[in-house]
Design a protein around this ligand. Structure first.
Ligand SMILES: NC(=O)c1ccc[n+]([C@@H]2O[C@H](COP(=O)([O-])OP(=O)(O)OC[C@H]3O[C@@H](n4cnc5c(N)ncnc54)[C@H](OP(=O)(O)O)[C@@H]3O)[C@@H](O)[C@H]2O)c1
Length: 163
C-alpha cells in the first residue's frame, strides 16, 4: 500500500504547465519532512519537474518510454505490475506517491494514507487530482498552516487513513 502526498486548491488543481500552480514554501517543507529517508514514486512528468533526483530519498520513476536515460540510482519502472512487485519485495520501505494526476489515478485503489495540503484559493491549472472517495478514508489529523511573509496562501495539512 502507498502513501499519497500532494497539494490541491479549491478546484482540486495540482499542476500548471509542468509545475505547481502556486508558491508555498511551507508545503514544500512538509513534503520534504514527510518523504525524507523514504521511497518516492513519481510519474515521469512530475519527476522532470524536480529537475534532479530528490536527495535522501529512493527515487522511483514510472515511465513507458524505454529510451529516456535517468540519473544513476533512479529506479525506472514501467507498469503498475512492476511497481506492485517492487512494493511486495520491499515491505520494509515506506513508499510515498508524489503524483502527478495519472499516477494518483493509477494507484488510488492501493492508497493506504492520504497526506493532502488544501489551499484556500483558486489558481490557473491544467492538471487536477482525480476524484477521491473520502468515504473510504477517515481523517486522522488536520492542522492549519501558519501564514507569514513567505507563506501567504491559507492552507491546512490533512492526513487520512483508509478505513
Ligand atoms: N500539487 C501537487 O501536489 C502535485 C504533485 C505531483 C505533480 N504535480 C503537477 O502535476 C503535473 C504532472 O502531472 P501529470 O499527470 O501530467 O504527469 P505525471 O503523472 O507526473 O507523469 C505522467 C507520465 O507517467 C508515466 N506513466 C503514466 N502511467 C504509467 C503507467 N501505467 N506505467 C508506466 N508509466 C506511466 C508516463 O511517462 P512517459 O511519458 O515517460 O512514458 C506519463 O507520461 C505537473 O504540473 C506537476 O507539477 C502536482
Amino acid at each position: 500500500m502507498f502513501k499519497f502526498v500532494w497539494a490541491e486548491d479549491q478546484n482540486h488543481a495540482i499542476g500548471f504547465e509542468g509545475h505547481l500552480p502556486w508558491h508555498l514554501p511551507a508545503d514544500m517543507k512538509f513534503f520534504k519532512e514527510t518523504t525524507i529517508d523514504h521511497t518516492l514514486v513519481s510519474g515521469s512528468r512530475t519527476f522532470a519537474s524536480y529537475g534532479r533526483p530528490l536527495p535522501r530519498r529512493k527515487n522511483i520513476v514510472l515511465t513507458l518510454n524505454p529510451v529516456e536515460q535517468y540519473p544513476e540510482g533512479v529506479i525506472e519502472l514501467h507498469s503498475l505490475d512492476e511497481l506492485l512487485d517492487y512494493a511486495k519485495n520491499h515491505k520494509d520501505e515506506e513508499i510515498y506517491v508524489s503524483g502527478g494526476a495519472s499516477i494518483f489515478k493509477l494507484l488510488l485503489p492501493y492508497a493506504s494514507d492520504l497526506y493532502v495540503t488544501k489551499l484556500d484559493g483558486q489558481f490557473p491549472a491544467d492538471t487536477y487530482m482525480p476524484e477521491v472517495d473520502y468515504s473510504q478514508f477517515e481523517l486522522v489529523s488536520s492542522r492549519e498552516g501558519i501564514l507569514d511573509e513567505k507563506n501567504t496562501i491559507p492552507h491546512r495539512f490533512e492526513h487520512y487513513r483508509r478505513k
